[in-house]
Design a protein. Structure first.
Length: 243
């Protein structure tokens, strides 16, 4: 990434230099011998380029942050290291930011949404306390839910529009409520399945006590040999079907 970042900056500086050359030709400016080859008049200045990299990964950034971290200086004198130009990235680890106040546009709201996306309750408090999320820009909304892996909010988008924006607050509440109902539904299903498995385990163990053949037990109980072996060893555990 330090190399890519450096390429971006060099490309932008080359673009600015090309604009200077184009402007120089258009003006028909007379150049001195030292300026003529590159058509870059003495005194011409470029605008500084600052690239900020927003890292939104769930894992902490563990890659190089500078060009020097990518170079092999083994066995070289310290003087060589000092002479080799370095390049440092400006990288922001979004999910581990404590304060996004340095941003003044929609970017701040998008980053806040992403960094709190793993904590649905914190996310709910955020969107309820910040008026922006009542009418969030659609492009900003799409970016936020994409990086936050909140696809269920995309499905709710069309039903929560408000004056051309997206009412994220309402969408979040609906998502949490739907998740709660789904959890209760699965809990009931799992409880029923676990109950059936426990009853089957009791029946299998009784047949084992009566010294019935394992093959016959599998046929009658409709279970696998592994199930019978677990029952025989008294290591049966309730089976869970949560996905």
């Amino acid at each position: 990434m330090p190399l890519r970042d450096m390429y971006y900056s060099v490309g932008e500086y080359e673009k600015q230099a090309a604009e200077v050359r184009s402007r120089t030709r258009a003006e028909g400016r007379k150049l001195k011998d030292g300026e003529y080859l590159y058509r870059f008049p003495k005194g011409s200045l470029l605008h500084p380029v600052v690239t900020i990299i927003l890292y939104m990964g769930e894992e902490k950034w563990d890659g190089p942050r500078t060009l020097h971290e990518m170079l092999d200086f083994a066995g070289m004198p310290e003087e060589i290291r000092k002479m080799a130009p370095d390049y440092r990235m400006n990288i922001i680890d979004v999910r581990r930011m404590e304060d996004t106040g340095m941003f003044r546009t929609d970017v701040r709201h998008v980053l806040d949404f992403i960094r709190l996306s793993e904590d649905r309750e914190a996310l709910r408090r955020l969107v309820e306390s910040e008026p922006y999320y009542k009418e969030m820009d659609e492009d900003a909304f799409d970016v936020a839910v994409c990086y936050a892996n909140a696809g269920d909010l995309i499905r709710a988008k069309e039903y929560n529009r408000r004056n051309g924006g997206i009412d994220v607050c309402t969408a979040i509440k609906e998502m949490i409520e739907e998740g709660r109902k789904e959890g209760m539904r699965r809990g009931r299903q799992n409880g029923l399945k676990d109950g059936k498995q426990m009853e089957k385990n009791r029946i299998v163990r009784r047949m084992l006590q009566n010294k019935m053949p394992e093959k016959e037990i599998c046929r009658i109980a409709g279970c696998s040999r592994e199930f019978v072996q677990k029952a025989r060893q008294n290591k049966f555990e309730q089976m869970r079907y949560l996905k």
